[in-house]
Design a protein. Sequence first.
Length: 688
Amino acid sequence: MMPRTLLMRCDAFRRRCLAEGTVTECGDLGAAPPPLLPSKHSTEFDLAAASKAADIAGIRSDEDRWLGQLLRDVFDLYALEDDPDDDLDVASKGEPDQRIPPLHGRLIFIHHNENDRERHVCYRALQHQNAIAFQARLRAALTASGISTRIPDRELLLVRRGPMPGGAKTKQLVDAFTAAGGRAIDPSDDDLRVFAGLRDLRAWAQEEGISDRFERWIRAEQPLAKTAFFQAAGLAHGVSGGATPEKAPKPASGGSATAEKPGPEPKVEPPAPQPKGHPPAPDAIPVGHRLTPDAPAVSLPLRLLPRHTAIIAGSGSGNTVLLRRLVEEAALAGLPAIVIDPNNDLSRLGDLWPDPPMAFTPEDARKAALYAERVEVVVWTPGVHAGNPLFLSVLPDFAELGEDRDERQQAIEMAAETLGPLAGAKTNLLRGVLAGALQHFSDRGGGKLGDFIALLADLPDGISAIGNAAKHAANMADQLHAAIATNPLLKVEGTVLDPRHLFFGRDPARTRISVINLSGLASESARLDFVNRLQMALFGWIKKNPQPRGLLYVVDEAQTFLPAQGASPSLGSGIKLVAQGRKYGLGMIVATQVPRGIHNQVVSNCTTQFFGRQSAPATIAAAQEILAASGGSAADIGKLEAGEFYFATEGSGRPAKLRTPLCLSYHPANPPTPEEVIRQAKRSAASA
């Protein structure tokens, strides 16, 4: 059983106790709870009397406010009426307050057994008789709902009493609404009275402090699912998350919008067939097409992403476009990512193309729309408080590590590599004292940097056999105090974020991409220090929180952070991460313009490799040498067009030439300025 299932069983039992007014002991969480039956308190909720007493006079107004608010309240009740399920959640959301709202709200059905696929049922009350006002509001609702025959799982309910306004333009717009899958519903007085009566009963239950009993009653009775309105909308419980029935049930007398009415009121057009739901999450992502006529698409299995990917291509080769598309496709498949952006090239991953590129295919356009709906891009700006600052601990979370001695030793070594330069540990003597102190600190559970400095300042006897160890440790404590005073990255002035916040946001239905923009870190050493600490945090967290589905850690300009030659603070943690991460579901994508620029221990761990155009003779020769080791020749690697790459992965044979697609997000010729990055970070900070 998943933790989610256990928690839902516990909550269902808790709610039953509250509804019954009696606390009992739960004897079994293994069996699904029986369906709710009316409790002994059911008679206190007299819906017939409440409906009869309900005031629906406000519906006579031409304004939308009264009916819109009633719908908002009743859709909240619908979500309450639908008992939580392991595989499906139903959420009711209102739209942002506006004088003229494009929608009044939406229901979101979240299919957990289909990679959290979402189905949105939007609704809009539209009472206006003026044709121009009607058209403007319907256009806004169409845009806000996103319904289209090409985009599945988007529906729009237009709720209106009486006929539509006349006129050719109005008819044309209504026809477009129907063709896109929209449903027009004319609710009966009986249904409106039920809606208002339920709202009044809920308000009364809240005042009396018996909301739990009301919740049990409405889930047992399901009065909304029985109304002609919700049956005509295809929202009777039992079909709420699946395909809409081909034919809605016939409404009862005086029922819903699909019923014919006498007199001048016309019959509302029957609802158009709804698009089929999304298939289950894919097991592969497309990476391009071979350069032969009618060649099928080439895909990369998702199971290979945790086994790392390298992109090696020079300037102008389309390497950034390929990197972005891999991240985007993975996000559409439900894989979150942390992206290191050293040159601002990746900070627009959350921006849509203002106009679709000429090279966009219909499939690209469809995916771009899904990407906007399902993916949440947050831009972080370490070192820039005006944007969306990010603070990470200098030390790994030793408390998160298990009992594996090797794993703990690797974490201690990474911490020593990070703290050594800051503490002035330039000799083997000092590094030995520092390592002994870290070992003791780890054994007692770890803590924050201040806790470790306090340990160094007063090092207990017996921790180190090195002579004058306490004196050396006290000097290193002073060095660390000085480093904190001069290095802004060591001054944590906000919540210290762990990798969970970078990978997962508040909305579980949207896949998060965290873009960490380094333009606010002026010096190379500050950038290397930050990336090192991030990699340390990832190393400790992923071991404690393995991800079978997979996560991505993406490093652009990887030769800076994982260099083939020379020392770098981030190299040691990067090598450990690439060697260990795959076991726990963390895949790396590294990109570089220099074929021999990335450390060989990183490249050799990359199961998937892309090679693009190189310009200099030395880099051409280096790329050809690497490709030759995989059985390829690539004599034309200096003449490849932008977007053309040699591709090799497990089971693909020798490297083959591909043309890769454009990225789904906006990628103009020039990257955003630091000021534009700050503005983007501010916009995304609300969801962080």
